[in-house]
Ligand binder design. Structure first.
Ligand code: SF4
Length: 345
């Protein structure tokens, strides 16, 4: 019998408050972080005005991502031969003089890098395997570029080193060196000013959603978001917005890769089960206690209903008790024609 592991009462709350009240980051409901300025502003502002608790999955992902970023900072420290400063507890904070825009870069790099002179900032990002490959091949998404441009604009550093790591494999790592672009930063200041007006005067209904910058499917403010409702309407008639298409492509890539990798494992588990059963049967062992657990041959009976015979012998009775249930399957067929496992929901 397996015993389910239940998180002790209060643990979830503790994790939640750890995410929300990182002492180094202050009260995040009072400002727009550099990492938020490139996201859908409507969602960002609403999350400050009407905070929603994180769901378990997002909470787990965020904490795992944070832990991994800390690991990566240590690797970068070694690679930079001691030229990395202001990481972890010594992280710096840069505030805009008039706008509620604040940056906390993951570190500062001393003494230039590649063709960049002077000191710069370090930002570490993690991504799922498929997303990692996409960014590696096609370049960074707007949100990441906005984040480092905001960090540079606020701190005065002229370049940034962004380290991107695959969440599934720490050795898959790539770096981007980004130069400060004053025009880009000026556009971000305009966004921060709009967010401030909306938060101050509570006029969030005037702030249009930006689906191309948001993850609408996980957004708690989607119900009355006109932009999202328009996307849904378009989806019903077969139109898929570019942002949704890109997201689905990344998810499908990751799903097909994982299922391909799982196949040999599933074959091997079935093989091992057969081998263990064969050994127990060969030695007439019913139960054996081992260091790692207990192996036991359990005989059980199952009574099944022969619906085919019922249909043949009494079709009227069969028809009377026939029930139709509707369920939806996800069928994934890759462009090479391979079909993946289907999930019923
Ligand atoms: S549903 Fe999408 S567009 Fe609307 S607020 Fe949320 S993230 Fe932004």
């Amino acid at each position: 019998m397996s015993i389910p592991i239940v998180a002790p009462a209060g643990m979830e709350l503790a994790l939640q408050s750890r995410l929300e009240q990182n002492a180094r980051l202050g009260d995040r409901t009072k400002y727009i972080g550099a990492s938020e300025i490139g996201s859908c502003l409507r969602r960002v502002v609403l999350s400050k005005l009407y905070p929603e608790p994180f769901d378990r999955a997002s909470m787990g992902r965020m904490l795992a991502g944070k832990a991994m970023e800390n690991e990566v900072v240590q690797l970068v420290r070694i690679a930079l031969n001691g030229r990395l400063r202001n990481t972890g507890r010594a992280q710096l904070e840069f505030k805009h003089l008039t706008l509620p825009l604040v940056a906390h870069p993951d570190g500062t790099v001393l003494g230039g890098i590649a063709w960049q002179d002077g000191d710069g900032i370090l930002e570490v990002k993690t991504a799922g395997a498929a997303t990692f490959k996409r960014y590696q091949n096609d370049g960074l998404p707007t949100q990441y570029l906005d984040q480092v441009q905001a960090q540079m604009g606020l701190s005065g550093f002229m370049w940034a080193l962004l380290v991107l790591v695959s969440r599934e494999n720490l050795s898959e790592m790539t770096t981007f060196t980004i130069q400060f672009d004053p025009e880009h930063y000026a556009r971000l200041e305009v966004r921060a000013a709009r967010a401030m007006d909306v938060s101050t005067y509570n006029i969030q209904n005037d702030l249009p959603g930006e689906p191309e910058r948001g993850f609408c499917h996980t957004c708690p403010y989607a119900a009355n978001c006109t932009a999202f409702q328009c996307l849904r309407k378009a989806g019903e008639s077969g139109e898929v917005a570019e942002v949704v298409r890109l997201q689905l492509e990344c998810q499908m890539d990751e799903l097909t890769t994982l299922e391909r990798e799982l196949e040999p494992l599933q074959d091997r588990t079935a093989e091992l089960r057969d081998q263990i059963k064969a050994t127990l049967s060969a030695y007439l062992i019913n139960r054996v206690v081992l260091d790692g657990g207990v192996l036991q041959m359990v005989t059980s009976t199952r009574t099944s209903f022969d619906s085919k015979s019922l249909l043949r012998d009494t079709p009227d009775l069969y028809a009377r008790y026939l029930k139709t249930a509707t369920f939806t399957n996800l069928r994934v067929t890759t462009s090479k024609g391979a079909s993946c496992q289907s999930m019923a929901s």
